[in-house]
Design a protein around this ligand. Structure first.
Ligand code: MG
Length: 249
């Protein structure tokens, strides 16, 4: 069931989303060679809790961190660790949500640590643009398939793999709500987009194959060929005035 939000509910949800966006920025700003992913997670955790909010991911399904921090071939759901030291040239994805006043915000971004390869730079730029292509398609009257088709069209132009096993989602009072928002699809297919829907659009794009697997820790999703991946996400409200990115700092 898709839960539509009133404009008043959207205003409250915007507060959770703003905190989520700021928490993501805290994390991305902390990415540099020599820092552990655990240290970054602490900064994010402290930012969220010091603002009276709760990290959406902490304890979700048993997840031990406040943020998912995924490096290089890790696509999503990387577990923050004292042992994982970020190296020069790493590509680091951070996914974080905050729960505040009854609503979740959810967003993600990917940055390089120090100097990264031109190929990695392009992957990041294209994946971020895939996100904006998807958002541009999130207009009243379109369908969910239009979003995925827009994301997929750009990624495939570069020969990248679009992860199919994990998808975006509705978000609101619950972190994961209907509908699913795949990063692939057929234009004109799927649930119709209506005013008041709030969805997390989150392209997960691999430099190589679209195939992924889960590590023995039961969380970390990695590319099957070991090539890097990127992940960008915004929480977006669909309104009569067009898509509104709620997760802006
Ligand atoms: Mg999400």
């Amino acid at each position: 069931m898709i839960v539509l939000k009133t404009s008043g509910e959207l205003e409250r949800m915007r507060e959770a989303c703003r905190l989520s966006a700021q928490a993501l920025q805290v994390g991305l700003d902390a990415v540099k060679p020599g820092v552990t992913t655990w240290e970054i997670d602490r900064k994010i955790h402290d930012f969220i809790t010091s603002h009276g909010a709760k990290p959406s991911f902490l304890g979700y399904g048993g997840f031990p961190g406040s943020a998912c921090i995924s490096i290089n071939e890790q696509v999503i759901h990387g577990i923050p660790s004292r042992e994982r030291v970020i190296q020069e040239g790493d590509v680091v994805s951070i996914d974080v949500g905050a729960f505040y006043k009854g609503y979740h915000g959810d967003n993600a971004g990917t940055v390089g640590a120090g100097e990264i390869s031109p190929e990695a730079r392009q992957l990041l730029e294209v994946t971020q643009q895939c996100l904006y292509d998807g958002i541009a398609a999130a207009v009243v009257g379109n369908r969910i398939g239009d979003i995925g088709a827009a994301v997929e069209a750009r990624a495939t132009r570069y020969g990248y793999g679009v992860v199919r096993e994990y998808v975006g989602h509705g978000v609101g009072a619950n972190l994961h709500e209907d509908p699913e928002v795949p990063n692939y699809g057929r234009a004109g297919h799927g649930p119709r987009l209506t005013s008041g829907m709030t969805i997390a659009i989150e392209p997960m794009i691999n430099m190589g194959t679209e195939m992924v697997r889960v590590l023995k820790d039961k969380w970390t999703v990695v590319t099957a060929d070991g090539k890097p991946a990127a992940h960008f996400e915004h929480t977006v409200a669909i309104t009569d005035n067009g898509p509104v990115i709620l997760t802006r700092p």
